[in-house]
Design a protein around this ligand. Structure first.
Ligand SMILES: [Fe+2]
Length: 320
């Protein structure tokens, strides 16, 4: 069956079109900016995305807006209600909205095939690279929308399809990312948003992503994104490797030791024997369900409206 996905195997057109041999030494450790051909798959046009949105499972999308209140961003969660895909994209185009279609590879096999092709290509290019728990999301966001300073736990890449955005990437260590903060995110105590100061920008790498460009960066590196004055369609991919999994387990266990037992873990290194007892503690803590009580509760408070200037209207808040 023709799934409609871009088929690397049947084509000499690779998804990554300007890979350089030395990038294999940079993968996962430094920022790499590449050209890509994701758009050629036909899976990211407004028409195809509009259809995808209409049947998208509630549990797998986030619709957000952020209003400034007393100089601080007030990040809000919405829901699609009965908005058509076409109207939602119109609302995003004219408003102040950010739609994240999470785990799209679980919703539609065409995206699963594309995700597989992406990581087959990376694994082909980077000797010894073995990835798992690959994940793909689609971000559709309004002109001038920003995503605040935050960090992500798995390996990350951002692929631009339509519009342009500026990505600021910061060092993945204190003071930009203190150990305790990373642990708090991994434990689910706080969302990925971090405290940010303007002077951080003096230490940022700044990349403008245009359609057909993507960037990969160092594990957990904090970043923030500013859309230019146009609709943005982007793809995010995530992945784990055995080193990323060890880093997760060590940071999780350190967070538990620091918070619940008053200890100050000396290292977050993943080398040597230390990760394994810490991985066991992580597993035990999760198995006992002790990780649940600090997780963040989300309230839904708006729905899209293509006729509204801001692209949405408020609804009576309810728990998601
Ligand atoms: Fe991110």
């Amino acid at each position: 069956m023709d799934t409609g996905a871009f088929n690397v195997q049947a084509s000499d057109k690779k998804l990554l079109s300007d890979w350089q041999p030395h990038y294999k030494d940079l993968f996962g450790k430094y920022t790499i900016k590449l050209q890509h051909r994701l758009k050629d798959s036909g899976l990211f046009s407004e028409e195809v995305l509009g259809e995808l949105i209409e049947t998208y499972p509630r549990a797998l999308y986030n619709l957000n807006t952020a209003g400034a209140e007393k100089g601080k961003l007030n990040w809000r969660e919405g829901y699609l209600a009965d908005t058509s895909g076409k109207d939602l994209i119109k609302a995003i185009k004219n408003g102040h909205l950010w739609l994240n279609l999470r785990r799209v590879m679980d919703v539609d096999k065409r995206y699963a095939d594309l995700l597989q092709q992406i990581f087959d290509e990376f694994e082909d290019k980077v000797p010894g690279l073995h990835t798992f728990k690959q994940n793909m999301g689609i971000l559709i966001s309004s002109p001038n929308m920003t995503v605040p300073y935050h960090c992500d736990i798995p390996g990350q890449a951002l692929w631009q399809i339509e519009g342009r955005k500026k990505v600021y990437i910061y060092p993945n260590r204190a003071p930009f990312l203190p150990h305790e903060t990373l642990e708090g995110i991994i434990l689910g105590e706080t969302e990925e948003e971090l405290s940010y100061h303007e002077w951080y920008d003096d230490h940022a790498e700044i990349h403008v992503l245009s359609p057909g460009e993507m960037a990969l960066w160092d594990l957990n590196a904090p970043h923030r994104v500013v859309n230019e004055d146009c609709l943005n369609i982007s793809v995010t991919t995530e992945h784990y490797t055995s080193d990323i999994r060890k880093s997760y387990a060590v940071n999780y266990a350190n967070g538990v030791l620091r918070r619940r037992f008053g200890l100050s873990p000396a290292t977050n290194s993943i080398g040597g024997l230390m990760p394994y007892p810490k991985a066991a503690l992580t597993l035990l803590w999760k198995k006992l369900g002790l990780n649940k009580k600090h997780e963040v509760v989300k309230m839904v408070s708006f729905k899209p409206d293509p006729k509204a200037d801001i692209g949405y209207v408020d609804v009576e808040p309810f728990v998601r």
